[in-house]
Design a protein around this ligand. Structure first.
Ligand code: ADP
Ligand code: ZN
Ligand code: ZN
Length: 752
């Protein structure tokens, strides 16, 4: 077809296609002349890619491309009639891809359930409606002066925030289809599916007074009023309240109001397997359709939950970190429970922080976001201090339960057996005598972290990692916790043939064994990744605790999250020292959060709780502040240390990691990367970024590969991000990078 003179060239489609390349791909429209108008942003399309074909998502329609004309290919077909991702969600996904420098195709397609990623149709749920996008709302009416039909569409939609159907549009004079298509292409209007289910939670007075809602106390009421007062605008709140102070009640209350207005609430939680309580409480209070999204779902379940969030039939969307990417028809509120929790950070592949993204998303949606924690992250505390978040406080336990007393047990020179000092043993004995429950916290699973030859000092190390093999006595195996390596325990030392091999250090299994010997009549249960692998195993242990059958519960940090153990009156922390001297600059923060969270499990019922912390360093300054003055003061002290060391949140980091079978290869790539970064800094005066390293990773060898890292540090975000894009483009072309596995971690949470 020869275009008429003066006509603009056919528009092009910029498409997110899953690929490791950090860019989108431009295509021509489909060649089929019967094909409808250009697919809109958010629509899935099938495209030729390499020698095959892939499913992509249209990001935008563009007029210009850097790709030579003869190399442009047409898309094969559009899969969806109307966009599967709305403009809000799409621009949020693009933002996330830009910020974390992860390929946009992987980010956008990764946000879709597997069936949709594979090009299967979206299960039909309701009627297509049209509404104005934010850009359409801002549009100056003057611009449509010469397009009366578009102006009429705009006028109709402006009065209908809930959108209008095709048949309502058909009441307009003339070619409304053409007008709507043009406006959609410019990003002024968009289509969405309105589900029939929405009516289920239309404004309803009976909501919020269902079942038994405890009357909020004064502080809770203040928090509820503050967040509810921010409805319809972006404001971020941190709800800082000790465990049991009623934070969840505050969430429930604001969620109930949000959904009563017909808006959706998204609740992000650290680990669904460990927090069925919040789902149960939501269900008990609000008899509303809910979508629960987590890694344990089948593909079909995930698709249904995703579709229900997207079409608005789910009033509340609860999920773990990846749920933050789920489209919402009418977002009204974001809640992040236990916002300090490390599991909101994805540590491989697309390395993102779901907490930080939820805040960004709330801003884009223009709705409030509520971060809750008994131990807010130092970032959040600093944001409160800087006025970026509004701090809300719950200072007391809701049911009047007493805050536990915390004591530090100095282990130096004390009798000490299998990790338990005499004082702790006495306290356990006392508790058991009173019929109360004890919770003991150990930071390693297995029996003992080290197996050593008493004759020559040989240690069982992993052949592929710089790590000891952990001795698991129950199975009689040695396991590496960093790679999948596993082997049997030798009968004698492989070096000197001496049979005297000894287990050093403490794991949960060993503590349980020792306790069973000491308290033969007590029922002792264990909670760690080994004991809870079997489906339902964790629930079994939790049920036994709640039924009062368990006397002593030994567990790892899995226990620190979200559980109520009302009859636990004693919490023992066997070894606080690991966290005080960790290799990572966040080690002390994590340790403090863990101590406070574990301590929060005690005495939530009618009896007061007691927390005993064993340490060889009772005078450690941060531990002292924490125990004597509480988490808030600890936070201040730790923040001032961070400020002095110019560490986050007082600087921004990006970590380039590289690994290869040969050390030299990984390091050579990182050296090249450093040189390129330095070059960039030298030629751009405004860019104050320091490249530190490269250095070997704290655990240099893992699963047989050598690992190194290069740290980029900057006082401000903008210059760092200004460097990252061009730098990564260069890295992708580096010869030294070809046989190296490398990745970039923006705002890394762990330096290991
Ligand atoms: P958090 O989320 O801070 O750990 P929860 O919201 O789970 O605290 O509250 C702890 C316990 O106190 C729950 O059993 C809850 O039902 C109860 N509770 C919370 N707020 C109140 C209140 N205002 N009146 C009575 N009980 C309350
Ligand atoms: Zn030996
Ligand atoms: Zn290993």
């Amino acid at each position: 077809m020869i275009p008429p003179p003066g006509a603009s060239p056919p528009r092009l489609l910029r498409i997110a296609v899953p690929s490791p390349l950090r860019r989108a791909f431009d295509y021509l429209p489909a060649e089929d002349p019967r094909a409808p108008a250009l697919p809109l942003p958010g629509t899935r399309v099938r495209v030729p890619f390499g020698r095959g074909s892939r499913v992509g998502v249209v990001l935008e329609q563009v007029d210009h491309t850097d790709v030579p004309r003869q190399r442009l290919k047409p898309i094969t077909s559009a899969i969806d009639e109307t966009p599967i991702l709305d403009t809000h969600t799409l621009s949020f996904l693009r933002w996330a891809s830009d910020y974390f420098h992860h390929p946009v195709g992987e980010v956008v397609l990764g946000a879709l359930p597997a069936a949709l990623r594979a090009g299967k149709p979206l299960p039909a749920s309701g009627e297509t409606r049209w509404r104005l996008t934010p850009a359409g709302q801002r549009l100056d009416g003057e611009r449509l002066r010469r397009a009366p039909r578009q102006a009429a569409v705009r006028e109709l939609l402006a009065g209908q925030p809930g959108g209008v159907t095709r048949s309502e549009l058909a009441d307009l004079e003339g070619d409304w289809r053409g007008a709507v298509a043009k406006m959609a292409a410019r990003g002024w209007v968009e289509a969405f599916e309105e589900s029939v289910g929405v009516q289920k939670f239309a404004p309803d007075e009976s909501l919020g007074v269902q079942k038994s809602w405890p009357a909020p106390n004064e502080e809770q009421q203040e928090a509820i009023d503050a967040v509810w007062g921010a409805r319809g605008e972006f404001r971020s709140f941190v709800l800082d309240g000790v465990t049991g102070s009623g934070k969840t009640e505050v969430y429930l209350s604001v969620i109930a109001r949000t959904v009563a207005e017909g808006r959706q609430a998204m609740v992000l939680i650290p680990e669904i397997g460990l927090t069925p309580q919040i789902v149960a409480r939501l269900r008990e209070r609000l008899s509303l359709p809910m979508a629960v999204l987590h890694s344990g779902l089948s593909d079909g379940e995930r698709l249904r939950a995703w579709a229900a969030a997207r079409d608005g039939s789910a009033a509340v969307v609860v999920g773990t970190r990846s749920a933050v990417f789920t489209p919402l028809a009418r977002p009204g509120l974001f809640v992040i429970d236990e916002e300090h929790d490390g599991s909101f950070k994805q540590q491989d592949g697309f390395r993102y922080s779901a907490r930080d993204l939820a805040i960004v998303r709330a801003r884009q949606c223009g709705v409030p976001v509520l971060l809750g924690s008994a131990t807010p992250s130092l970032e959040s505390l600093n944001n409160i201090a800087g006025g970026r978040h509004e701090g809300l406080r719950l200072s007391r336990r809701a049911e009047g339960a007493l805050v536990p007393t915390v004591e530090v047990l100095d282990l130096r020179g004390q009798p000490f057996e299998e990790g338990i000092s005499q004082k702790l043993a006495n306290a356990i004995e006392h508790c058991l005598g009173e019929g109360e429950q004890v919770l003991l916290f150990v930071n390693r699973r297995g029996y003992a972290p080290i197996l050593i030859c008493h004759a020559c000092g040989w240690q069982a190390d992993c052949a592929r990692c710089d790590a000891h093999m952990v001795y698991h006595r129950a199975s009689g195996r040695l396991r590496c916790h960093h790679c999948a390596a596993e082997r049997g325990v030798p009968d004698a030392c492989p070096e000197c043939a001496d049979p005297d091999l000894r287990a050093l250090g403490l794991g949960t299994q060993r503590v349980v064994d020792a306790l069973r010997e000491r308290f033969p009549d007590a029922r002792i249960d264990r909670v760690d990744r080994d004991s809870t692998r079997r489906k339902g195993a964790l629930q079994g242990v939790l049920d036994a605790i709640h039924a009062g059958e368990t006397n002593i519960l030994v567990g790892t940090q899995m226990l620190a999250k979200g559980h109520h153990f009302p009859n636990v009156t004693l919490v023992g922390i066997l070894d606080a020292d690991g966290g005080l001297f960790g290799a990572d600059f966040r080690a002390a923060e994590r340790m403090a959060q863990l101590l406070v969270q574990v301590a929060g499990r005690a005495g939530r019922g009618q009896r007061p709780g007691r927390v005993l912390i064993q340490t060889h360093h009772p005078d450690h300054p941060l531990l002292r502040v924490l125990v004597r003055e509480g988490y808030r003061h600890f936070g201040e002290a730790a923040l001032s240390e961070r400020r002095q060391a110019a560490l986050p949140p007082f600087s921004c980091l990006a970590l380039l990691r590289a690994e290869a079978p040969q050390r030299e290869r990984a390091m050579a790539f990182l050296e090249d990367a450093r040189a390129r970064a330095q070059q960039f800094v030298d030629t751009h005066e405004s860019v104050h970024v320091q490249a530190l390293g490269p250095v070997p990773a704290p655990m240099e060898r893992r699963a047989g590969r050598f690992r190194g890292q290069l740290l980029l540090q900057s006082d401000e975000r903008a210059p760092l991000h200004g460097l990252l894009s061009p730098w990564l483009e260069e890295l992708e072309t580096l010869k030294s990078g070809r046989r190296v596995r490398w990745s970039l971690d923006v705002d890394p949470q762990e330096m290991l």
